[in-house]
Design a protein around this ligand. Structure first.
Ligand SMILES: [Zn+2]
Length: 451
């Protein structure tokens, strides 16, 4: 039997007009459902003058304002007050149909809840199968689930999706502890490990002491990282690939059946669920939708197209991405998104929007003449900072003075050509920038006393 490339070729490969027609139809149905089932949504949709039955194009929802994280908190507080549950007034399914509850710990106060009906679990299972199939996993393979199992959206829903696909899951969870994870990995020989990139790095560090061998001895072939950014950083990915001897992928999503995952090209992450979620590009300055072209940099707003419990409508979570709708060299379908960080990370240099992650990616392309570690040294508080920007960049091993001088010039030219701002590069020896923090730091606030 010829192995197919996709779990659900018919739906995943929808594109162009066929995809738009499908999305418009789903949007019309979903909007009608929201309006009928939730007072919160009815008011929002009516106030914008939008009639679900009249939806003819994706732009017809533009009059409805975007929803954000602080509003998500507000609707949860309102439902707690008025309806006796914390799941939000945007909950559309009757409470007795809600069979799954996940949450992320809120930075302040109420956790953020995600709810699932039986139908939503089916959507979730479908999308997880699509994601893992693309990485090469097939029924019968053993997979170790190293995400937090307690409440985290990468826990129970992933367990369900993987079992439904026919994978043999070892649900050790992040709570299982490093020693137990290594012990079970040794015994069960998983083909893939799913965990956060910082946990994957921590395992590399602890393995020699805890099992008297390197992680490479576990024979893991696929490492799928999620839950935080990191595996999208070429330097982090390189370290993990070398340590595990595995292909390393970056994934994002979890709630509302939304997922995206990187491919062997590592040029952004492909959305695997374009038929189930709409992703709009929002201009951070105006809050308005902008047309998506190759290379558009904008905030992402998500809309569920087939979700029952607590669906979302134009939810802008503040993630900034480069939109890459063109074909990927890997041949897999789905617009790609290269996550550049959060809107609050953005710097403005003489009117040009600069995202630290974009600078890092341009620098990393010159490896191995650079290690990939770098900092933007700021002498002024952002977002508006005067040029040139000082970039402290680690050069690679074994470069002499002449090679360093030409590397600096080349880096400054590339930054100016590709990112359109002026920089001054200060090269530092490999290993001299701090790597102890789990979260990769890309700026150094010298104005605030950091050094
Ligand atoms: Zn690709």
């Amino acid at each position: 039997m010829v192995d197919r490339h996709l779990w659900n070729p018919q739906q995943e490969a929808l594109q162009g007009d066929a995809l738009r027609t499908w999305q418009v139809e789903c949007l019309r149905r979903q909007l009608g459902y929201l309006r009928e089932r939730s007072d919160f949504y009815r008011e929002r949709i009516d106030r914008a003058g939008v009639k679900p039955e009249n939806i003819r194009g994706l732009e017809d929802i533009h009059p409805i304002p975007c929803f954000d994280k602080s509003q998500h908190r507000e609707v949860q507080e309102a439902s707690l007050r008025e309806q006796g549950h914390p799941y939000g007034t945007h909950l559309c399914a009757p409470l007795d149909k809600v069979i799954g509850v996940q949450a992320t710990s809120g930075t302040s106060g109420l956790p953020t809840f995600y709810t699932f009906t039986r139908h939503d679990y089916d959507v979730n299972d479908e999308v997880i199968a699509r994601t893992l199939w693309r990485l090469g996993l097939r029924p019968g393979d053993t997979v170790m689930l190293g995400f937090a199992l307690s409440m985290f959206v990468g826990g129970a829903p992933w367990l369900s999706g993987m079992q439904n696909m026919g994978l043999r899951v070892i649900p050790i969870g992040a709570e299982g502890g490093t020693g137990r994870l290594l012990q079970f990995a040794r015994l069960t020989r998983p083909k893939a490990l799913l965990c956060t990139p910082s946990f994957a790095e921590y395992l590399v560090e602890r393995a020699p002491e805890l099992m008297d061998a390197e992680v490479a001895s576990l024979g893991i072939e696929i490492l799928m990282c999620g839950g935080e950014s990191g595996a999208g950083d070429p330097a982090v990915r390189g370290r993990l690939e070398a340590a595990y001897g595995a292909d390393v992928y970056d994934a994002m999503g979890g709630a509302w059946g939304f997922f995206m995952v990187s491919c062997r090209e590592h040029q952004g992450m492909h959305i695997v669920s374009p038929d189930l979620n709409l992703v709009e590009a929002i201009d951070p300055a105006t809050g308005e939708a902008v047309e998506v072209k190759e290379g558009t940099v904008a905030e992402m707003a998500y809309t569920s197209l087939d979700w029952e419990a607590g669906p979302i409508l134009r939810y802008n979570m503040g993630d900034v991405a480069e939109f890459l709708p063109g074909l990927c060299a890997c041949g897999l379908p789905g617009t790609r998104y290269r996550i550049l960080g959060r809107a609050d990370d953005m710097l403005i240099v003489k009117g040009i929007n600069v995202y630290p992650a974009a600078v890092r990616d341009v620098v990393a392309e010159l490896a191995p003449r650079v290690t990939g570690a770098m900092r933007i040294v700021l002498d002024h508080e952002g977002p508006r900072v005067p040029p040139p920007l000082l970039l402290r960049i680690e050069h690679g091993e074994g470069l002499d003075d002449v090679e360093c001088a030409s590397l600096s010039t080349q880096l400054e030219r590339r930054i100016s050509d590709l990112l359109r701002f002026r920089s001054v590069v200060e090269l530092v020896p490999p290993g001299s920038l701090d790597r102890s923090a789990h979260k990769t730091k890309l700026t150094l606030k010298r104005y605030a006393g950091e050094e």
